[in-house]
Design a protein around this ligand. Structure first.
Ligand code: TYD
Length: 208
């Protein structure tokens, strides 16, 4: 086991079950005696709160503005001296994030210029690459059904047309970044949560 914590990212379209799987993986890693910290993007920092206002439709932003705001929030997520990924992993704590730059490439990469979004994220000296990314794959029809069951209002990206485009983009982002040498696993999310968690834990164990 290395002294540094591992940085793991969960990705997927809205409603793919990321939150549940983040929690289950955290429990599984803790059962091995590891210290785990959970985080998510948009963050709860000021940069993330501004994004939430735009996602709800309360404050209108262009897609390029959204892409830049996510980059700003992601840099804060990396370098914040208390809750940042860098500070935590250097203290030996594992960090699991619900979303990261794959989401920017899929959502804003569909709505704006993919290469621009990729460059801003991948070439930033203050945005590190994760050790591992788990992509939870679910059909948009099923994800929207799950979202609607749990909530009354939908966010700006939560419609069938957008999620269909984003899922297709996610799958191409997976291919693109694997070519860059990243460890990304596509996991079928249309199953019982415990079965998915078991598969993910087996994958993660190979990386620690
Ligand atoms: P999130 O709260 O994770 O939504 P959910 O829990 O429903 O999956 O993310 C909020 C929204 O932000 C989601 O629609 C995806 C979008 N998003 C981007 O468009 N780009 C990004 O870089 C990130 C991190 C999120």
């Amino acid at each position: 086991m290395s002294a540094k914590g591992i940085f793991i990212v969960f990705e997927g379209i809205d409603g793919a079950g990321k939150t549940t799987q983040v929690d289950l993986l955290a429990q599984n890693l803790a059962s091995l005696g590891r210290e785990v910290s959970l985080s998510a993007e948009p963050t709860t920092l000021a940069t993330g709160k501004a994004i939430r206002r735009a996602l709800s439709g309360e404050e209108k932003k262009s897609e390029c503005e959204m892409a830049a705001m996510f980059v700003l929030d992601r840099i804060a997520h990396n370098i914040n001296s208390e809750t940042g990924i860098r500070a935590l992993t250097e203290r030996g704590i594992d960090v699991i994030s619900d979303r990261y730059y794959y989401s920017s490439l899929a959502y804003q990469g569909t709505a704006t210029d993919y290469e621009w979004v990729k460059t801003m994220n991948i070439n930033s000296p203050e945005i590190r690459r994760p050790d591992l990314c788990i992509y939870l794959d679910l059909l948009p029809e099923e994800s929207l059904e799950r979202i609607s069951r749990g909530r009354e209002s939908l966010e700006i990206y939560e419609n069938l047309e957008k999620l269909t485009a984003v899922r297709a983009k996610f799958l191409s982002v997976v291919e693109d970044l694997r070519r860059d040498g990243e460890s990304i696993y596509v996991v079928n999310a249309a199953r019982a949560a415990e079965d998915i968690a078991k598969e993910i834990f087996e994958i993660v164990k190979k990386h620690i």
